[in-house]
Write a protein that binds this ligand. Structure first.
Ligand SMILES: Cc1ncc(COP(=O)(O)O)c(C=O)c1O
Length: 389
């Protein structure tokens, strides 16, 4: 048996006729940029998330950049984030001229640790008379918190939001891997992307909601932020050839991608549920093996299993064996970002963020996609247990 790491063929087969017909319609109309399909997708995606606005853009990386700019992060300021994430989280910070400050992750959930954020803010920052928070080591203002809902599990938002409130920080969420995940907050179930001021999503093909290519969106409740992100997305123009912002890019998302995303959005909850079912099959088969650490789903937080991660004692050996047996696996992510050459200049060294480092060295991502079958999960689990020896 072969089990790919991700297989999107079944997902596309389910809605293939609708995809073909909307692509035909767009080609017939020769309307490839902007238009009603973009507006409809933005409206539908905002409604799905539970925000007033969504700004579709070229990628999740662009969405993060727009989000940081929309909350006012600028040159020379610092943003608190995690080193256990895809590099795009941090690229977005540096691309707006700001500096990342890494805090360690929680040992059980692999998400930003509220305790470590508190340690940093209380121990390494001072609060100026005007309320600004300044990093005592760098003398730079600390202005925002950027948690990542990694693997599809929402970060521990209640204490993070309380800290942001106490220290006057803006909150931008990296929800690139967590479309449809949710948290109970203030007695309400809220979806990721809606906890802070702006949430950023990626529609890279393998994501829970994936385009037929690159794509992203930033969601917000605030009209002013929505308007500014729209300006920056499109050459700083308020109307054709009228440029009102000195900053601007071409970050538009193609009409075709928006049309396909609207179709796929209708199946997102069903496909997330299938991912949760596959995760349950993994749990049933692996939970009694104490060599394997399974992902946790703390109460009040709904995981949508973009990735199913296990921690293992001998990751490299198991990885090789699974590959030999026709099973696709991944490493998300093998080197903690604070130890990457790209961020050497920040001065972190091995041992500074021990949980992130230990997790990066021991994780393995098992096959996960909505149409993964119980038979496939069974084969992966049997092969994994045998490989552990
Ligand atoms: C956590 C995280 N943040 C940001 C991104 C960036 O998204 P994109 O690849 O669409 O630019 C990704 C994509 O893999 C991601 O996983």
């Amino acid at each position: 048996m072969k089990v790919p790491f991700v297989d999107l063929t079944e997902q596309h087969r389910e809605i293939r006729d609708e995809i073909d017909s909307v692509i035909r319609e767009i080609i017939d109309q020769s309307c490839f940029v902007g238009g009603p399909h973009v507006e409809t997708f933005e409206r539908d995606f905002a409604a799905y998330c539970g925000t007033r606005y969504a700004v579709a853009c070229k990628s999740g990386t662009d969405a993060l950049k727009l989000a940081l700019m929309a909350v006012g992060v600028g040159t020379g300021e610092e943003v608190i984030t995690v080193p256990h994430t895809f590099i795009a989280t941090v690229e977005a910070i540096t691309s707006v001229g700001a500096h990342p400050v890494f805090v360690d992750i929680d040992k059980a959930t692999y998400q930003m640790s509220p305790d470590r954020v508190a340690d940093f803010l209380e121990g390494e920052c001072r609060v100026e008379k005007d309320g600004r928070v300044v990093n005592k080591n760098s003398d730079r203002p600390v202005v925002a918190l950027l948690p990542v809902h990694l693997y599809g599990l929402p970060s521990d938002m209640e204490p993070l939001l309380a800290l942001a409130d106490r220290f006057g920080l803006k909150v931008v969420e990296d929800a690139a891997q967590a479309h449809g995940a949710s948290c109970h907050l203030d007695g309400e179930e809220k979806r990721t992307g809606t906890f802070g001021q702006v949430g950023a999503f990626s529609f890279y093909p393998g994501k829970n909601l994936g385009a037929l290519g690159e794509g992203g969106a930033a969601v917000t409740d605030e009209q002013d932020r929505d308007q500014r992100m729209r300006l920056w997305r499109e050459h700083g123009q308020s109307e054709k050839y009228v440029h009102v912002s000195p900053l601007g890019w071409n970050m538009r998302l193609d009409t075709l991608q928006c049309a396909v995303l609207s179709l796929k959005l209708k199946s997102l909850d069903k496909w997330n549920q299938k991912r949760r079912q596959a995760a349950q099959w993994y749990r049933e088969r692996l939970q009694n093996d104490d060599r394997i650490v399974l992902p946790v789903e703390p109460s009040g937080r709904k995981h949508v299993y973009h990735l199913f991660i296990v921690r293992l004692p001998n990751r490299h050996q198991v990885r090789e064996e699974l590959s030999k047996q026709g099973i696709g696996v991944g490493l998300h992510y093998p080197i903690s970002l604070h130890l990457q050459k790209a961020y050497q200049h920040l001065g972190y060294k091995p041992g500074d963020l021990p949980v992130s480092e230990a997790v990066a060295e021991s994780i393995l991502s098992l096959p996960m996609f909505p149409h993964l079958t119980e038979e496939q999960v069974d084969y992966v689990c049997r092969t994994l247990v045998a490989a552990l020896g």
